[in-house]
Design a protein around this ligand. Structure first.
Ligand SMILES: Cc1ncc(COP(=O)(O)O)c(C=O)c1O
Length: 467
């Protein structure tokens, strides 16, 4: 199979798509282009590893537009909220429900696939590959917001001169509230302790040079730079490497919320020297609703016993954990940040997804998702923008960065009519996107299960609802 080239610019993606269409002698909006692209897709077989609902199933009990074929697969572009279920999850969980039923407590340590400590290590190894880390730097535990707090408990250590946190103004509420509450917890007023970084007036995205300049100017008072890896609304990718370097030069710790980046774009957390990072696993990592979250602490902190942290019995070395003499034998690396014994069923559903990721690489996934997003972008820009739409008809505005290196696998759309109406029209035709703030919708591709034909069908529906 031919596969796709790894392309790094909008122009190269568009000329690739044009050349494939030209080779087939078809227009850009022709279904045959989508079919050819699906035939070239080396990851196409991964779709069968996921439970993809039909339109009838996903919209059961809800409004379905007239004439919709409910037996067709739905167009699921909502990995930004909740990834689809890997088929392996049910089998794995059922197997372990049986193990629990038959072995009870013994299941923890005895028999095939015991839960302790093997499962934790498997998750660390699988996640490390996805975020560009070493297994010692990763642990899967808790929920994301809890992990934000645990990260800050260690890496926000304010002093009289260095007590500020640099934060993105349009932060996701959890980050915003976690940062504010951490400041108050330490006795600081968020109004005095927060430095906000924003896009320039009239722009949607953050310029790296502005972030770096802010760090250079105010970094001496900053204890922690806390930013998203990818912005949840626009899909903009922050330049984590450059920001980390600039912040370290000024003596600040650096942490990233990777909720929208883990499993979406290539990350090199270890090589970039990031101090701490957290993410959820239910979006692009398909671990299921409320799935167990990820936590990265750089190897340089792995043996630092002086690093302040919150502790529990799971912070303690496995070998001596059950001696229970209350003399802490702290685990090295990220594992030493655990508090509780992990929820096995949540770990298993994440494992089922990591098993799928193990058969590919973030480079392969990024290669495909750039062509997928570029394909939809091209169709919208050719036919549905304000300039291109037929006079008097509705239109679509793209809010995402046009440089594929600056965005993940999602495109953010606005419509010339109210978003809630657009969202409902899409949904009733079997298109599931991520509604956000009731003003934007995020079309989030998963290269593991989305096809070019899905995207073409979605484009037909966009045409239908914007006439
Ligand atoms: C950027 C970001 N941070 C934090 C959260 C909160 O996650 P949780 O509810 O798993 O703590 C989310 C949830 O979508 C998110 O998108």
């Amino acid at each position: 199979m031919e596969g796709f080239p790894y392309l790094e610019s909008k122009e190269s993606i568009q000329s690739y798509l044009e050349s494939v269409a030209g080779g087939e002698g078809v227009g850009l909006d022709d279904l045959r282009l989508a079919t050819t692209l699906d035939n070239r897709d080396k990851l196409a077989s991964f779709r069968a590893k996921f439970c993809l609902p039909t339109i009838g199933e996903i919209l059961e009990g809800q409004v379905i537009a007239e004439g919709v074929d409910t037996a067709q697969d739905c167009m699921y572009f909502n990995g930004v909220s909740l990834g689809l279920q890997p088929k392996g999850a049910r089998e794995l969980i059922t197997k372990h429900l049986d193990k629990w039923a038959l072995q009870g407590m013994e299941g923890h340590v005895f028999g095939h696939n015991s839960w302790m400590p093997g499962l934790e290590e498997m998750l660390s190894r699988g996640s490390a590959k996805i975020v560009g880390a070493k297994p010692i730097e990763i642990v899967c535990m808790n929920g994301l917001t809890v992990n934000c707090h645990l990260a800050m408990a260690s890496f926000y250590q304010p002093t009289k001169d260095r007590f500020k946190i640099l934060l993105e103004k349009e932060s996701f509420p959890s980050d915003f509230y976690a940062v504010e509450s951490q400041m108050r917890w330490h006795g600081y007023d968020p109004k005095e302790a927060t430095i906000f970084v924003s896009p320039r007036e009239g722009e949607h995205f953050w310029r790296t040079e502005d972030v770096v300049q802010l760090i250079e100017e105010q970094g001496d008072s900053v204890a922690l730079v806390w930013l998203p890896g990818i912005h949840y609304l626009t899909g903009y990718v922050f330049d984590m490497e450059t920001i980390t370097k600039a912040a370290h030069k000024k003596g600040c710790y650096v942490g990233f919320d990777l909720a929208h980046a883990a499993g979406n774009v290539e990350l090199c957390l270890h090589d970039w020297g990031v101090d701490v990072a957290v993410w959820c696993s239910y979006k692009y990592l398909n671990s299921g609703p409320g799935g167990i979250a990820g936590f990265f602490v750089h190897e340089k902190h792995a043996h630092n016993q002086q690093l302040p942290r919150l502790l529990g019995w799971w912070s303690h070395e496995m070998k001596t954990r059950f001696v229970m003499n209350n003399i802490l034998d702290l685990q090295a690396g990220a594992a030493g940040f655990q508090l509780s014994n992990p929820p096995v069923m949540e770990c298993l559903s994440l494992k089922a997804s990591l098993d799928v990721f193990a058969d590919t690489s973030m480079r392969e996934l990024t290669t495909k998702s750039r062509i997928l997003t570029g394909y939809l972008e091209m169709l919208i820009e050719h036919y549905l923008t304000k300039e291109k739409a037929k006079p008097g008809s509705q239109y679509v505005t793209l809010i995402s960065p046009s440089d594929p290196k600056q965005r993940g696998n999602s495109l953010t759309l606005q419509f010339s009519f109210p978003m809630t109406e657009a969202y409902q029209r899409l949904k009733s035709r079997g298109v599931l996107t991520g509604l956000c703030r009731f003003t934007h919708t995020r079309v989030a591709f998963s290269p593991l299960y989305n096809s070019f034909k899905d995207t073409w069908r979605f484009f037909q529906i966009l045409k239908e609802i914007t006439v």
